[in-house]
Design a protein. Structure first.
Lengths: 110, 112
């Protein structure tokens, strides 16, 4: 059974204070690891897909990395508008059902 | 710009009523999903579909049913709403298993 654990559950940062969110996973044959951003009252919004260990993706202040056991979402010099819940999900081979983590709630104070 | 639409966005209704939550997507995706999400909790899969006339139950038994008569439309029906059904319901779609899901903005359902 695929499992995804995200840490920390909640993170408070000052504007400009860089940090990382963790997504640890166990999966039988990784087909893809996905990062989403979810704002209150909205559905998750896709950020990145990572397919193999060593892969990295960047978008503005966000950078996602992947190893065989975990993925990190690095946030560089965050701004208050980066406040949201960040979800991680994995897709295993032979399945069209992704497994989601509980998310990390990020609050960036001005 | 949303390519997947859910209606209504909010619904407050009494116990025992029959409810249908609508979900439509314009991307031509074969695979569609319904999730239930409570605050601070992970998404729980309720139902999914791999194409027209294909529907399966997910891990969470929510006493609901779905239909997939057209590719773009995947409604969720609660035959008799109960307070335990109070939650946010999210609809999603994707084209392939290794592609990300596209989500609607959800329906927040409150059963009195």
């Amino acid at each position: 059974e695929d499992q995804v654990t995200q840490s920390p559950e909640a993170l408070r940062l000052q504007e400009g204070e860089s940090s990382s969110l963790n997504c640890s996973y166990t999966v039988s044959g990784l087909r893809g690891l996905f990062w989403y951003r979810q704002d209150p009252g909205k559905g998750p919004e896709f950020l990145f897909t990572l397919y193999s260990a060593g892969e990295e993706k960047e978008k503005e202040r966000l950078k996602a990395t992947l190893t065989k056991k975990e993925s990190f979402l690095h946030i560089t010099a965050p701004k208050p508008e980066d406040s949201a819940t960040y979800l991680c999900a994995v897709q295993s081979g032979g399945s069209y059902i992704p497994t989601f983590g509980r998310g990390t709630s990020l609050i960036v104070h001005p | 710009e949303a390519d997947i639409y859910q209606t209504p966005r909010y619904l407050v209704i009494g116990t025992g009523k029959k409810i249908t939550l609508e979900c439509s997507q314009t991307m031509g995706h074969d695979k569609m999903y319904w999730y239930q999400q409570d605050p601070g909790m992970e998404l729980h899969l309720i139902h999914y579909s791999y194409g027209v006339n294909s529907t399966e139950k997910g891990d969470l038994s929510s006493e609901s049913t779905v239909s997939r008569i057209r590719t773009e439309h995947f409604p969720l029906t609660l035959e008799s709403a109960r307070p335990s059904h109070t939650s946010q319901y999210l609809c999603a779609s994707t084209s392939h298993g290794n592609q990300p899901q596209h989500f609607g903005d959800g329906t927040r359902l409150s059963i009195l």
